[in-house]
Structures are given as structure tokens and as C-alpha cells.
Design a binder for this molecule. Structure first.
Ligand code: SF4
Ligand code: SF4
Length: 569
């Protein structure tokens, strides 16, 4: 450590801590020259250079230097403040420095790594730190916002990442509500191991799986959001602390066969069959399937468009088949008399990958036949006709069943889009929201996380690991009874407000309302718990009456002017 300056505590003075970043900055920037320049600033009381501020030794030096200096400001010149594990601000707060009076300037990525020579890197580092000093002098000490946390999580999207995240959360002792939408009443599994995961989850006392449902409303604030859903059994409502939205890929859009034989109750997708099965299991009479017509035989038929598609999506197809087997077993429990036949590609592969399931199916008398080619599904005399070529058979076979369940078929990300809309997090055209997807799971994200299901084998591993880390983050948040987040929220400068209400109109989070001021005048008021720091109100206000705490015009101008002055010297 190399310290220069008046070490006695001073009112509203600034301490500057520079880091050599274990040689990453040292050599690329002349830190001694930066120090000497900064010491000419009238408000800088001390400049200290450290080998590695985030090392144990560096943190201890920093704490010693800043101890008993409450009210002073600290400017750090080091790596990016976005480094998630960055402990520096927390250490300074423990020493008594208010975290809102700490500025961190990234002189590693922004200066040392991008400039080929010492001169421009040193000049830029000095100017950026000077700007941060001038800004810090205009900051006010603040308290973080506190939120109470509900010990339950909502997961939207019953895909493999959703199931994996749900398991991690229930195993940590928290309640999980796992939702999927109408028409996707089954877990659209991408990999067969998810079958076992889903079974594990379905039997867990902390898990509530709500399939075939829609999300009607998500209200409240971070930590305590009230979720209203509509299920096959009617409306339901619960409170959650964290939310995970899994964006599904549009892998299997609505099947085109439904157009060839419209409104025929004898031909359904596995998703539709799940709804009917759920109704049957809950004692709600199904009007389409089991009313009147005697159901004695069901054929489950795997439908893929061509061999290429079958090969490309083999793991996913295999998972769809495995899921259909679980449906068949459920039906067997209710109606042991019904004969069930499966017509699938690669039965051997299926029996290998889902041995427990296929053994159970065999014990229940379910028969399997291997398809030699994708089946033809057409309509004849108003009835569906499924014609298939089976391995080991000459010619085509007509599949005779009272009901044909077509394996495959998934709807788009309706429920995920709706949830994101309710959370005011607009999704892009492809259903993804990039800025959130890129944020590390370590971020609080106000308790709302978004991930995507897989596109490929490689993506599947990535999605799985992302789901695990997001679930850990959700558990970490819920373990804290109270969560604190920075108070970078909107604040009204009352003397400027004319009560026009433009800010309230643009605020998607309902965080602004107009309240009575004296003499019947109105003024805007911000609910800090609801404010998501988007800044829209600030842009909408023509009177300059809205400001974001920590980013006021005065603070930002001071920073810019500091940089410009330093560069022009
Ligand atoms: S837009 Fe500005 S002036 Fe109008 S109510 Fe909001 S803060 Fe006040
Ligand atoms: S910053 Fe955004 S969320 Fe906060 S009050 Fe303004 S418009 Fe609403």
C-alpha cells in the first residue's frame, strides 16, 4: 500500500483508492501520476494505491483507512463495479461509510485494457476518476429499500429447466407453484431424465403443479407478489417471493392435421388428452370423450414430419413418448378395461431410455409397435383415419381406435408472454427478453428471473445449468426474511411539480399517484416500493420535476464537467 495525503478525517472530503489489480492495471496506467494529479483536487484528502484491493490484505488495508470516516466519500479506481462478487462496497459500509457515497470507476476494462500505451490510458483514468470525485461530492447518504420476503416461488413453464429449478427450490424447503398453460397440460419434456424429475416433484409436499391454467393477475411488490390463476378446478390465488419464467421454444407448433379433420373429438393431441385426463381424474365429466360413446381402445401415435426431423429431435420426441406413456398409465388406473396401443418410431431406443416406464407399461398390457415411416393422418367420412407402415409388416395398416392421441404438438409461449406482460417486462417477437436473459443469476432482479428452454444438445446443458443457478439465487433471496436493494428510485422535486400527471400515465408499475397539496393543488407522489427505476417518468416530465436518486441531473452534470475539465487541462 502506498498512501499520500492528509489522513485525518475531514468533513465531506474524498478518499481515493487505486488498485494495481495484481499487475493488470499497473504497467498499463501510471498510477503514481494519477495519484499526484488527484491530490491537487481541493476536496481530495487522501490517495492510496494497493496491489489488489479485493484480496484479503487489500480489504483489510481499505477497512483500516476508512474506519471512523463516516460522512466522507470514497472513490475507487479498479475493475468493473459490475463484477458480481465485488465485495468492496460492502466492506466500506461495514467501516461506516454510506454506500451511496462510494463511486467505483472501471479503469481496468475502460483504460488499461483498451489503450495501447500508458499516456492515453493514464490521462483517461485520471479524467474518469476526477468526474467520479465531483459526482460523489453531490451524492447524499441514503438507506437501502427493504422488502419482506414470502417463502414461496412461482415457476411458469413446466419444461425441463422449470422442473429442475422447482426441485432445487422444494428441496431447500420452500413452496413452489409450477404452472403451465391450457393446451400444454403436460410437461413438454426435452430430455427423458426429466420424466423422473417430474415424478419426484409431483409427489413432493412443497410442490403444487397447476397444469392447463392461465395467469390472470400478478400484483403487489417485490417479495410479496399476489398471483391469481385460473385452473381447471376454478380460480386460485397465492403469494410468492420470487418468480421464474421459462420461455419455451416454438418446437412443435400446432399440428396441421387438426385442419384436415376439424372438431373431431376422436383425434386429439397429447396436450388436449392431458386436459381430458385431468378432468376425468378430478371427477369432472368430460363432454367430448367419455360421454356416451363407449371407449374401449386408444391408439397413441407418434407423428413426426420426416426422418430428418425424427433424427434431429430424437431426445425431445423420446420425452414426448415417455410422457404419453405416463398418461396411458394414469388412464389404465381409471379404466383398466381400455386397450391401449402405442405406434412409435424406434421402440427399442425408447425402451432403453425409459426402462422403468416401459416395464410398467408392459405390466399394464400396453402394446408397442414400431413405425417404419411417419403415419398419414387424414379424414374419411368425417372420421380421422390414421394409416401407418409398421416395421415387419407389408403395406399399410389402418389404426383402429375409438380415440387417437397424437404424440407431440406444443403451443407457443402464451403463458410466459402473459406473465411477462403482467410483470411489465415486454417480451420480444420471439418471446425472449434479452436484457434479462443476460443478467447473471446472482443479481436480485427484484425476484423475477427469465430463462429459455433449449434449442440444441449444447443449449440443453446451458439451460439446465442456468436453471440451477437461478434456482439457487431464488433460494438465497427467499432465505433472507428481509431483502435490501439500492434506493435508486424516482423522487419528485416538489417545487417543480405542476401536478400534470404525465409521469403517472407513463409509469407501468403504478408507482406514481397524484395527491392533494395545499390550496387544492395536486402533486406527484412516488411509491418507492413499486418503483422499478426505469426512468420513464423522468423523461415524461416537462418540468424537470422527476429525478432518479443517485442519478440526478446535477450529479451527472458534475461528473461530465469533471471529466471535461480534466481532459482539457
Ligand atoms: S410529470 Fe412532472 S410536473 Fe407532471 S405531475 Fe409528474 S412530476 Fe409533476
Ligand atoms: S422510474 Fe419508472 S417505475 Fe419508477 S416511478 Fe418512474 S416510471 Fe414508475
Amino acid at each position: 500500500m502506498d498512501t499520500v495525503g492528509d489522513e485525518a478525517p475531514g468533513e465531506r472530503s474524498v478518499i481515493v483508492l487505486l488498485c494495481r489489480c495484481e499487475g493488470e492495471i499497473q504497467g498499463a496506467i501510471d498510477l503514481e501520476r494519477v495519484r499526484d494529479c488527484l491530490l491537487t483536487h481541493p476536496r481530495v484528502g487522501m490517495v492510496s494505491i494497493h496491489d489488489s484491493l479485493c484480496s484479503k490484505e487489500g480489504r483489510s488495508q481499505m477497512r483500516k483507512l476508512c474506519d471512523k470516516r463516516e460522512g466522507e466519500r470514497v472513490v475507487i479506481g479498479a475493475c468493473s463495479p459490475e463484477v458480481p462478487e465485488d465485495p468492496l462496497r460492502g466492506d466500506l459500509e461495514e467501516s461506516g461509510i454510506n454506500g451511496y457515497l462510494v463511486e467505483q470507476v472501471d479503469i481496468r476494462e475502460q483504460c488499461a485494457w483498451v489503450h495501447p500505451s500508458v499516456e492515453p490510458a493514464t490521462a483517461k483514468a485520471t479524467a474518469l476518476i476526477r468526474g467520479a470525485i465531483d459526482r460523489s461530492l453531490r451524492q447524499e447518504p441514503l438507506e437501502d429499500l427493504s422488502f419482506d420476503m414470502a417463502g414461496a416461488a412461482l415457476i411458469i413453464g413446466c419444461s425441463r429447466p422449470g422442473i429442475q429449478a422447482a426441485i432445487k427450490i422444494v428441496e431447500a424447503g420452500f413452496r413452489v407453484y409450477l404452472l403451465d398453460e391450457e393446451g400444454r397440460g403436460h410437461p413438454p419434456l426435452e430430455r427423458t431424465p426429466a420424466n423422473q424429475d417430474f415424478g419426484l416433484l409431483a409427489g413432493h409436499e412443497n410442490a403444487e403443479i397447476l397444469l392447463n391454467c392461465s395467469v390472470e393477475a400478478i400484483e403487489g411488490v417485490f417479495g410479496r407478489r399476489q398471483v391469481k390463476v385460473h385452473t381447471v378446478k376454478g380460480p386460485a390465488e397465492f403469494e410468492v417471493g420470487t418468480i421464474l419464467v421459462v420461455i419455451p421454444r416454438e418446437a412443435f407448433a400446432e399440428d396441421s392435421f387438426s385442419h384436415s379433420c376439424p372438431d373431431n373429438a376422436s383425434l386429439v393431441t397429447a396436450a388436449e388428452f392431458e386436459r381430458l385426463l385431468t378432468e376425468l381424474e378430478s371427477g369432472v365429466q368430460s363432454l367430448r370423450l367419455f360421454d356416451g360413446a363407449h371407449l374401449s381402445r386408444i391408439g397413441f401415435v407418434q407423428r413426426v414430419d420426416d426422418d430428418e426431423e425424427a433424427g434431429r429431435s430424437a431426445p425431445e420426441q423420446s420425452a414426448f413418448v415417455a410422457l404419453a406413456i405416463t398418461q396411458a398409465l394414469r388412464l389404465k388406473k381409471l379404466r383398466p378395461d381400455v386397450k391401449i396401443d402405442f405406434y412409435v418410431h424406434d421402440t427399442e431406443g425408447l425402451l432403453r431410455t425409459s426402462k422403468a416406464l416401459s416395464d410398467s407399461a408392459a405390466r399394464s398390457g400396453i402394446k408397442f409397435s414400431s413405425l417404419a415411416a411417419p403415419p398419414d393422418i387424414t379424414c374419411e367420412n368425417g372420421k380421422p383415419l390414421v394409416r401407418a407402415r409398421l416395421l415387419g409388416h407389408d403395406g399399410s395398416t389402418d389404426i383402429e381406435s375409438d380415440l387417437v392421441v397424437v404424440i407431440g404438438g406444443r403451443k407457443g409461449p402464451g403463458i410466459a408472454s402473459k406473465a411477462l406482460e403482467l410483470l411489465h417486462m415486454g417480451a420480444g417477437e420471439d418471446g425472449t427478453i434479452n436484457d434479462l436473459a443476460r443478467r447473471p443469476a446472482a443479481d436480485l432482479n427484484r425476484g423475477v428471473f427469465v430463462i429459455q428452454t433449449s434449442e440444441s444438445e449444447e443449449d440443453a446443458a446451458r439451460a439446465a445449468s442456468h436453471a440451477e443457478s437461478v434456482a439457487s439465487a431464488m433460494v438465497r433471496i427467499m432465505r433472507q426474511r428481509t431483502v435490501k436493494i439500492p434506493r435508486h428510485v424516482a423522487r419528485v422535486q416538489e417545487f417543480r411539480c405542476r401536478g400534470c400527471g404525465k409521469c403517472a400515465k407513463v409509469c407501468e408499475h403504478g408507482a406514481i399517484k397524484l395527491v392533494e397539496k395545499e390550496k387544492g393543488e395536486q402533486i406527484a407522489q412516488v411509491d418507492e416500493q413499486r418503483c422499478e427505476s426505469c426512468g420513464l417518468c423522468r423523461v415524461a416530465c416537462c418540468n424537470g420535476a422527476m429525478a432518479l436518486l443517485g442519478y440526478t441531473t446535477t450529479q451527472l452534470l458534475a461528473q461530465m464537467l469533471g471529466v471535461i475539465e480534466e481532459m482539457s487541462d
